[in-house]
Design a protein. Structure first.
Length: 402
C-alpha cells in the first residue's frame, strides 16, 4: 500500500505540472503560467541565447521547442501503470507457464501482482522486472532502428554537427525521444518499489544524467547525437536483461553462460567501443570545428556553454560504464573459476539460485547455512526460512530461545 500511495502522489505531481508551461527562449524575460497566474521573471541571463547556441542564433530559430519536454513527465506515470498491467497480463502468464508459481492458480497470481505484488521484494518480482525491461529495450531498439535506418547521421556521425542547429526533427524522431525520456522518468518512479540492487544509487545517477542529457540535448537541438546514444545503449541492455532471465532457470545454465559471453561482447563493442571512441570522440574533436570554427572547448570563459555541459554528461555516463565494466570483469573471473555466470547487478538481498550456502554468525562463531529449495517451485526460491546451519559438514541445531 505504501508503494500504491507513492504512485498516487506521483500521479498528482506529474499532472499537477500540466498548468506549468515554461519557455525560456526569451533572452531577458522568462514567463510561465502556474495555476492560471502569470509569473514573470526578468533578468534570467542564464538562458541568454548566446550562452547556449552558436554565434548569431536565437532560440526562436531552433526547430525543437523546449516546452515539449513536459510530455515525458505526463507520459511517465501512465507508463508505470502500463508496466504493472503488462507484467500482470503478459509476464505473469508466461511465468505461470514456465512453472514459477507452483500450485497457485493463474488468476490468483495475476490478482496478487495487481493488488501489490508489483511492489514486493520476491524472486518472481525480479523476474518480472527483467522481463519488462527486456521487452521495453527490445521495442525501443527496433523502433530506433526503424526511425534512424535512413538517417544520414546513423552512418556518419559528423552529420550530427554539420548544419547544426537547424536540423529538422520529424515526427518519428520526436516520438522516439519523448518515449525514451518518459521511460527513464518511469524508472525513477519505479525505483521506489522495485527490488533494491547493490548499484541502486549508481542507477539513480544514471537515470538522472540520462534525463538531463536527453532534455538538454533536445532543448539545444543536439537531437541527432542523442538518438545515437540511445540506440547504442539499448543493445547491451537487451542482452543483459535476457541473460538475467535465463539465469533464473536452473535448467538453462549453459544458455546463461552463452548469453553472458554475447552480452560481454555487445557491452564492449557499444559501451567501451562505439560510445567513447565514436560518439564522445566526435563531440570532442569534430563538433566545434564544424559548428563554430573559432570555438575552444578548453576556454571556459568562451560562450556558448552548452557543448561543455553536454560533453560533461557524456563523460559521467562513460564513468558509469567503467564502473559497471569493473563489476562485469569480476563476474568474468567468477565464471572462469566457478564455471557459471552470476548476476551482473545483484539484488541487495541474497540473489541467484546457485547460492546454496552462506556464512552467518552464531554464538560468536561463523557457521555455514545451507539453503533448501522452496517446495512451491523447483525453479524459484522465495525465502530462506528453511535454512539449517551446517558446521564441518554436520547439521547444527540452533540453540533454543529462552
Amino acid at each position: 500500500m505504501k508503494s500504491l500511495s507513492f504512485l498516487i502522489v506521483a500521479c498528482v505531481f506529474a499532472f499537477g505540472l500540466a498548468p506549468l508551461q515554461t519557455d525560456f527562449r526569451c533572452s531577458g524575460v522568462v514567463s510561465s503560467t502556474v495555476g492560471g497566474a502569470v509569473v514573470i521573471s526578468a533578468g534570467m541571463d542564464v538562458w541568454r541565447a548566446d550562452r547556449w547556441l552558436p554565434r548569431g542564433v536565437d532560440w526562436h530559430q531552433l526547430p525543437t521547442n523546449s516546452s515539449d519536454l513536459i510530455y515525458p513527465i505526463y507520459f511517465a506515470v501512465p507508463l508505470v501503470v502500463f508496466r504493472i498491467f503488462f507484467e500482470s497480463f503478459i509476464g505473469v502468464p508466461l511465468g505461470f507457464a514456465l512453472g514459477y508459481y507452483g500450485n497457485v492458480s493463474l488468476l490468483s497470481a495475476i490478482l496478487d501482482h495487481l493488488s501489490g505484488g508489483f511492489a514486493r521484494q520476491t524472486r518472481v518480482k525480479r523476474i518480472l522486472e527483467c522481463f519488462w525491461r527486456f521487452s521495453y529495450y527490445t521495442f525501443a531498439f527496433l523502433y530506433g532502428c526503424a526511425v534512424l535506418w535512413n538517417k544520414p547521421w546513423l552512418w556518419d556521425v559528423k552529420q550530427c554537427w554539420i548544419g547544426y542547429p537547424f536540423h529538422q526533427v520529424d515526427d518519428s524522431v520526436w516520438w522516439y525521444y519523448m518515449i525514451e525520456t518518459s521511460f527513464y522518468y518511469s524508472l525513477l518512479i519505479a525505483s521506489f518499489f522495485d527490488v533494491k540492487r547493490s548499484d541502486f544509487w549508481q542507477l539513480i545517477i544514471h537515470h538522472l544524467v540520462t534525463i538531463g542529457l536527453l532534455s538538454s540535448s533536445f532543448t539545444i537541438n543536439f537531437v541527432r547525437v542523442g538518438t545515437l546514444v540511445l540506440i547504442s545503449h539499448d543493445v547491451a541492455d537487451i542482452l543483459l536483461e535476457f541473460g538475467k532471465l535465463t539465469r533464473y532457470d536452473r535448467n538453462l545454465k549453459a544458455v546463461t553462460n552463452v548469453c553472458f559471453v554475447v552480452f560481454l561482447t555487445g557491452w564492449i563493442i557499444t559501451r567501451l567501443g562505439y560510445y567513447p571512441l565514436v560518439l564522445v570522440r566526435s563531440a570532442l574533436f569534430d563538433a566545434a570545428g564544424l559548428i563554430q570554427p573559432d570555438y575552444d572547448l578548453l576556454d571556459f570563459t568562451q560562450v556558448p556553454y552548452a557543448p561543455r555541459v553536454i560533453i560533461a554528461m557524456l563523460f559521467i555516463l562513460l564513468l558509469l560504464h567503467i564502473f559497471w565494466t569493473v563489476i562485469i570483469m569480476k563476474i568474468v573471473v567468477k565464471t572462469v573459476t566457478e564455471g557459471e555466470a552470476g548476476d551482473l547487478r545483484s539484488d541487495s538481498e541474497l540473489s541467484g539460485d546457485e547460492e546454496k550456502t552462506k556464512l552467518v554468525k552464531q554464538n560468536g562463531k561463523k557457521v555455514l547455512v545451507k539453503r533448501r529449495a522452496s517446495p512451491k517451485s523447483s525453479k524459484c526460491d522465495e525465502s530462506d526460512s528453511d535454512a539449517q546451519p551446517v558446521q564441518n559438514g554436520v547439521k547444527y541445531r540452533r540453540p533454543r530461545r529462552e
